[in-house]
Design a protein around this ligand. Sequence first.
Ligand SMILES: [Zn+2]
Ligand SMILES: [Zn+2]
Length: 417
Amino acid sequence: MLINAPRGTKDILPDQIKNWIAVENKMREICARYGYDEIRTPIFEHTELFQRGIGEGTDVVDKEMYTFVDRGNRSITLRPENTASVIRAYLQNKLYAASTLVKLFYIGSMFRYDRPQAGRLREFHQFGVEAIGEGNPEVDAEVILLALDLLRELGLEGLTLKLNTVGCPKCRPVYRQKLTHFFSDKLDELCGDCRTRYEKNPMRILDCKIDGGKEFMEEAPKIKDCLCDECREHFRQVQELLTAVGVEYEIDARLVRGLDYYTKTAFEIRCDELGAQAAVAGGGRYDGLIEELGGISTPAIGFALGIERLLIALEKKDRLPKGEDAIDGFVVSMGAAAYAFELMSALRRAGLRIATDFAKRSMKAQMKLAARSGARFALIVGEDEVRDRTVTIKNLSTSEQSTVAFDDVKEAVVQCR
Ligand SMILES: [Zn+2]
Ligand SMILES: [Zn+2]
């Protein structure tokens, strides 16, 4: 019996890889421009890292983690996101020693045990950046701009930047109190989850998928009326910087983040192609996380985007890269296997892309394969060529044919590239 891949996982097949590589290349290119260095952290970590770094009481930690006990009796979890791991690596490797602002990016698979749906797999891929060490609004604006530049340069249109602030430990308690008061006579109208949120974290009621659209939500207290001076000024400056570089945004008071370590800026980028409510990227400031993970209080901000969802949006926009990678030559051999092998190896070592057929088919069949391979040239060798140490080159688009010395093949092929 054949064994299939587990539910919620997907093979990325050779004909899709070029899309992934194109997207990843663009990510690396933009990050280089903005001065972000790549980091690769382990796929699995101690479970405690995510319990503390994402937070118990969140769906991710309570319901969606791939957690198991390893043979050494440790509780291990496949990473459900990468921020906690990056911060752990930052602290463990003392990256702060080299510079006050450490700018990192990552590309890799994450794992969540969720109901699989289009663009949301159990093994999925994220790109993200983390800027650790500075609390300036310039860093917030830079991170947002990086995300927008990436999506625009990949060819996505119809992008909307949603912006909000979630305050800080100084001003948020006031806001929470107002929310608690506001919802106290509406509990009957809220869903079950929100009744729990009411006790634990009433801010999260605001972005509930079930209750979020209800009419009374419009009247809910707004955080902007509760901000401390520092948070208010920070938010004003972020907006000023974005405006200065021509970035449009919408303030969305319902854009909240569930956990205490999130502070100040929260943002989301939505894309028409994914539906009105669907974010293609999301992030924000988390000045409280590093302390939560045992470091000294350090400001930081980041965002992440799901690559599968990005590819879906690009596909709908017809923005995926087109065309096959050209093959330079297809070696066709008539009873000259060793010579053909020598030719192919020499050309590959010289940097050319060479294909062939090892099945010793007829000349006609090999020529057909050569045409189908997309190669520009058939490089034909038989008894005559072996004797004269030559190669017959046939241009597969013009059918022009010529015979050149073995050592001149590379140049002949490269010239016509
Ligand atoms: Zn504040
Ligand atoms: Zn709800």
